[in-house]
Design a protein around this ligand. Structure first.
Ligand SMILES: Nc1ncnc2c1ncn2[C@@H]1O[C@H](COP(=O)(O)OP(=O)(O)OP(=O)(O)O)[C@@H](O)[C@H]1O
Length: 489
């Protein structure tokens, strides 16, 4: 405590007496810190209390210092009473505690931490105190350049709602309209790759930032978990973690995308945990996205998992055919390109993995049509997307053919093997036999067996009959062709 001016005993006059007082105050302060450490636990202590120093005692008031206003306010609110009680218990006549901001050490010249450098935990060695790029990082954080830019395309308007995402969408809307609603903090969105988590996160951020009825919009910090880690480590390197925390504290909403990235990054997890607690305690909204629910994020500290799961957890399920069609229609509409319904249906049947791939396929189709000034057709689709479609190919089974054909002609699946001979049933059955012959390696007798134990000659007849009808009826041929493309291996 070099700059301490102890004055606990008013009678102290001599230098000797001052030294005795200093020693007593040092000892008292060490005990108080020890007690706090025991009470709050090591992690909390390291984050919030370690930087507290004793400046001195003036009359009945102990003066303790912290490096930033943020920390001062935080400690006053969280630990002010406790600090006072601990000082009083020391019996040195201290009745009040004043927490102040220490004047910052003058920044010295130093090489900046390499921006964008690969940063892996464990944390790299920090610079000696005072050699930090504090001024630089303060500037950077004041500019807010640790927060990622938002994609202007990812808004609520462009997000198509369907069964698989309606709950997540409703939660996102709620948080956007009323951050920190009871039960919605944090909002934890999760789902598989390319299903719209980032889109929803950006949509929330856009909505919160937008001014409403003349009132300025709220501030949002949106970043990937990776970026969070990078900024945190950079702050550690430049001895500016307090500025980092302070800059986060100034936002109304903190959004962290792809949280699963923090698995195994223990130090960053801990920092996130404390930031998270501090913000939620101050009534700030947190929104997090991940590929798994909190309970499945093995490798994330238990206490963090617990806190993440204690608000609203909403999942985005895999898309349905209907949702894929709606998304495709909307995207084609936005691009102002006429894409026939058959092509959209074909794509929605074929590319079921995720929305990103579906969108990519449509974009390629549209770009191709624009480039060559040709309309989009089923044929051009097959040609332009052959590589994508091949990647999505799979072995088709007779059961799938029967199911798809029955659906297409709106008949019961059981009619594929029933004895009914009515045209509206017999024709689809023949189409299914034809496609089974075309798309599988099953023999005629085997196909016959799967269609209600029919003879192989019945299958033979069906195959030639369908081929014949396709020759003479373009509409019918197109129908069968569409079914074939949808099922194709
Ligand atoms: N319901 C939807 N309506 C409109 N577009 C959507 C929808 N769902 C996803 N998309 C689009 O799909 C693409 C991928 O979505 P996004 O990037 O949000 O996925 P993600 O779940 O964050 O994926 P990842 O797990 O890879 O981070 C984006 O272009 C997005 O606009």
């Amino acid at each position: 405590m070099p700059d301490q001016h102890a004055n606990a005993t008013p009678s102290a006059g001599s230098a000797e007496q001052e030294r005795v007082d200093d020693v007593r105050l040092d000892a008292a302060w060490a005990r108080i810190r020890g007690r706090l450490r025991e009470e709050v636990g090591e992690a909390e202590y390291r984050t919030w209390l370690r930087q507290l120093t004793l400046a001195g005692v003036e009359g009945e008031e102990a003066i303790v210092q912290v490096p930033t206003r943020f920390l001062r306010d935080w400690l006053r609110g969280q630990y002010g009473d406790r600090l006072r009680a601990l000082w009083q218990a020391e019996g040195l006549g201290v009745r009040r505690v004043d927490i102040r901001v220490a004047s910052p050490a003058a920044p010295r010249e130093a090489a900046a931490a390499p921006e964008g450098a690969e940063l892996a935990e464990p944390l790299p060695a920090t610079r000696p105190a005072g050699e930090a790029t504090r001024a630089e990082s303060q500037k950077a954080e004041a500019r807010g350049d640790w927060a990622a830019p938002l994609d202007p395309r990812f808004t609520f308007d462009s997000f198509i709602v369907g069964k698989p995402n309606e709950f997540a969408h409703a939660c996102a809307r709620r948080v956007a309209e009323k951050p920190n609603s009871p039960g919605f903090n944090p909002l934890f969105l999760y789902g598989g790759v390319g299903l719209g988590k980032t889109h929803l996160m950006h949509a929330i951020a856009w909505a919160i930032r937008a001014p409403q009825e003349g009132i300025a919009g709220r501030s949002v910090a949106y970043m990937s978990a990776e970026k969070f880690m990078y900024r945190f480590i950079a702050a550690l390197r430049s001895q500016s973690t307090m500025e980092f925390k302070e800059s986060l504290r100034s936002v109304d909403v903190l959004m962290i995308d792809d949280l699963q990235f923090l698995i195994g990054k223990d130090n960053t997890q801990e920092e996130f945990f404390h930031t998270f607690n501090a913000l939620v305690d101050q009534g700030k909204q947190i929104v997090v996205s991940s590929d798994k629910p909190p309970s499945d994020l093995a490798g994330l500290e238990d206490r963090l998992r617990t806190r993440l799961g204690c608000g609203m957890v909403a999942d985005i399920h895999a898309t349905t055919y209907e949702l894929r069609i709606s998304i495709l229609e909307s995207k084609a509409n936005t691009a102002q390109v006429d894409v026939p319904a058959r092509v959209l249906e074909f794509l929605a049947h074929k590319i079921t993995s995720n929305v990103r791939e579906l969108e990519g396929a449509l974009n390629r189709l549209i770009a191709h049509a624009n480039l060559f000034g040709r309309p989009v057709t089923l044929e051009s689709c097959q040609e332009v997307l052959h590589d994508i479609l091949r990647a999505h190919d799979r072995r088709v089974t007779i059961e799938e053919i029967q199911k798809r054909v029955a659906e297409h002609y709106n008949i019961r699946l059981t009619d594929m093997s029933s004895a009914r001979r009515a045209r509206n049933v017999a024709r689809p059955r023949q189409v299914a036999m034809y496609l089974s012959k075309q798309l599988t390696s099953r023999s005629l007798p085997e196909i016959g067996r799967r269609f209600g134990n029919r003879d192989h000659t019945t299958v033979m007849h069906a195959v030639s009959r369908v081929a014949e009808l396709m020759q003479g009826d373009a509409g019918f041929a197109e129908d069968v062709e569409l079914l074939r493309r949808m099922l194709e291996t």
